[in-house]
Design a protein around this ligand. Structure first.
Ligand code: CS2
Length: 491
């Protein structure tokens, strides 16, 4: 309802009691963080902790946030002075506050220089990234830089105006290096294993190819601690906008709604100052890998399975999918397979896993299965194939993980079990050169997918019993539908 006054610095006093308002002088805040990838996740996670820090008087920890592609978020937030409403939703409970930590919003393609300058600002201490699995320019066969990627190749050309994440980082770092600015810490917040190590490697390779001295600078001066982030933040809907407007009395063109649960666990390896986020519950640890495996395999793995199952069964959302008893029985088996592959204290893993079904069932967060299915082929390896491979090596059963993969393979067909088509958003799947162009018989389709090396590696197609089980699961799902298959096997 656009006849409500627009949220902005000037209208903040109109907020009704009970809505958290910006509790600091925004004009006095300075940017200590540059964030790349201004999606809902950043605004429901890192930006909230920065807001907490500003409210506690750490005035140097505001955020300059950059969208790398579209101006949509900037266009929505600019008339609001960068303010937005952040609402925690748990069933019927809502807790909302206005976040003021985004001090400036950049749209990289419109003004690449502004982003390079922000990265080079000596007051900036950390760069956080939520650029999704496909944002890093990784060659999935080697784990190194994907020089064949058109954007990377263009940014590597001498004198290129950057357009990719690595291009911007390298340009900003080069300027810092030449100006003798303090070293920087880059914190990847994407769901990738060893995300810091991975970022450091591709950035080092990119930088060295640009200029050897820059490569050495990245190697020596730039810290890339790995981090595990967690919070379910579905894409905002029209209904959300209306609900927030009704709650706050102000029109917010792009509020963010999320669940109360969250985690941000960061390796304690900073090149300079560490963000003062502990009071918000952010944890600094020596080794993030046990947490990262737990989260990728228990939460994200189940998410990817649910997304595929939901799409095939015609369920639009996660809560709708997990309400089905066959899916619940299946998830119990899924977690029973994934959990023993973790290296974390079993009591921590158990508590984490036990909270997942209630988190997924939160009726106030209709997280769309289509959203989670986006870029699934880049998610399946670390979420499903890695634990499966480890279990196979130990001779353990993989019935549930195999069904998750079978459902994913079936879901790539873009037609659900009732025969209705749906769109697929997965450029890496489309770019897979051996992708079957014609519809295949289910067993052949499973065999063809086993040749998708970026997903399955080279080893799994040699494993006859696994290959046979996958073919059988795909055939079963094609014949009787996904829900009946799960019911028969796990019900
Ligand atoms: C989801 C994640 O879209 C996806 O791939 O699995 O965004 C998930 O909601 C978050 O990682 C939760 O922490």
């Amino acid at each position: 309802m656009t006849d409500r006054p627009r949220l902005s610095d000037a209208t903040l006093p109109l907020l009704p009691p009970g809505i958290g308002r910006v509790a600091y002088e925004r004009g006095a805040a300075r940017a200590g963080i540059v964030h790349l990838g201004l999606g809902a996740f950043h605004r429901g996670h890192q930006a909230v902790f920065a807001d907490d820090a500003l409210a506690r008087g750490y005035v140097g920890w505001g955020v300059v946030a950059a969208s790398l592609r579209s101006p949509e978020t900037r266009d929505a937030l600019a008339p609001q002075d960068g303010l937005y409403t952040f609402a925690l939703r748990d069933g019927a409970k809502v807790e909302a506050r206005v976040i003021g930590s985004l001090l400036r919003i950049l749209v990289a393609p419109e003004d690449p220089e502004a982003l390079v300058a922000a990265l080079a600002d000596p007051n900036v201490k950390i760069v956080t990234l939520t650029v999704t699995e496909k944002g890093y320019g990784i060659d999935r066969a080697t784990g190194g830089l994907d020089r064949a990627d058109a954007g990377i190749a263009a940014d590597l050309r001498p004198g290129a105006v950057p357009s990719t994440v690595l291009g911007f980082l390298a340009a900003g770092l080069d300027r810092r290096r030449r100006a003798g600015a303090p070293p920087l810490t880059l914190v990847s917040c994407d769901n990738l294993p060893k995300n810091g190590e991975m970022l450091h490697r591709v950035l080092r390779e990119f930088a060295a190819e640009k200029d050897e001295a820059l490569g050495r600078y990245v190697e020596r001066e730039i810290a890339c601690p790995s981090s595990m982030v967690d919070r379910i933040v579905p894409a905002t809907t029209e209904a959300d906008r209306e609900a927030i407007g009704a709650l706050t009395g102000l029109h917010d063109a792009w509020p963010v709604l999320a669940e109360p649960a969250f985690d941000w666990i960061i390796e304690d390896r900073f090149a300079g100052e560490r963000p003062p986020f502990e009071a918000s519950g952010v944890r600094f640890v020596e080794d993030v890998e046990p947490y990262e495996h737990m989260k990728l395999r228990l939460l994200n793995g189940a998410h990817t399975a649910i997304a595929a199952i939901g799409r095939l069964a015609g369920f639009e959302t996660v809560p709708e999918t997990v309400r089905h008893p066959a899916v619940q029985a299946y998830l119990a088996r899924f977690w029973a397979e994934a959990e023993p592959t973790l290296s974390i204290d079993p009591a921590i893993a158990r508590a984490y896993r036990e909270a997942l079904l209630p988190r997924f069932s939160n009726p106030a967060l209709p997280h769309r299965t289509a959203q989670i299915a986006t870029d699934a082929s880049l998610k399946v390896p670390q979420r499903l194939v890695a634990p499966l491979r480890e279990r196979l090596a130990r001779g353990e059963s993989v019935a549930a993980l195999t069904c998750a993969l079978a459902a994913w393979i079936r879901s790539c067909g873009g037609v659900n079990d009732a025969g209705t088509s749906y769109p697929i958003s997965d450029p890496a799947l489309m770019a897979w050169t051996s992708r079957p162009k014609q519809p295949l018989a289910p067993a052949e389709e499973a065999s063809a997918f086993l040749g998708f090396e970026a997903v399955f590696g080279r080893d799994l197609m040699q494993n006859d019993s696994f290959a046979a089980a996958l073919r059988e699961a795909v055939s079963d799902m094609a014949e009787t539908g996904v829900l009946a298959t799960l019911e028969r096997r796990f019900g």
